[in-house]
Design a protein around this ligand. Sequence first.
Ligand code: HEM
Length: 122
Amino acid sequence: MSYFTYKLIHYLGIFILVATLGAALGRHAMTDGRDPLRSRLGAVHGVALFLVLLGGFGLMARVGVDHGSMFPGWILAKFGIWVLLGGVLFVARRNRRWTMPLLAFVPLLAVLAGWVAFAKPF
Ligand code: HEM
């Protein structure tokens, strides 16, 4: 698959991820933790994380990051952001006071991931 196709898959995953986290956190803030859509939103969150990973690995291959060698720092940073975005709902469900701050944190993390990919600072 081409660089462009992997980038579309990466973007699709990113946009579903941010939209789903927004919906899940917003509903979590409104309901007392008993959201009837909780498991479905959790499943979509998982699919989005997978699409981000699939697109990301494909892009890595297309921009010449050799899978055999140590990943460059900017890729490791992106993995870290991916793990943080994967854990957002877990944190919110553990500590409801974090729900609204996390709602602001998610888009900031997404922009940071985009900048890291664009600037490759390390
Ligand atoms: C598993 C973790 C991830 C990997 C391996 C990964 C890998 C990549 C790669 C290789 C590129 C292309 C860089 C280039 O064209 O030179 C890229 C671009 C991008 N990634 Fe990721 N990524 C990951 C997670 C994320 C996450 C979680 C987000 C945001 C939520 C994100 C946002 C972006 C954006 C916006 C671009 C386009 C940057 C640009 O060209 O302007 N990535 N990513």
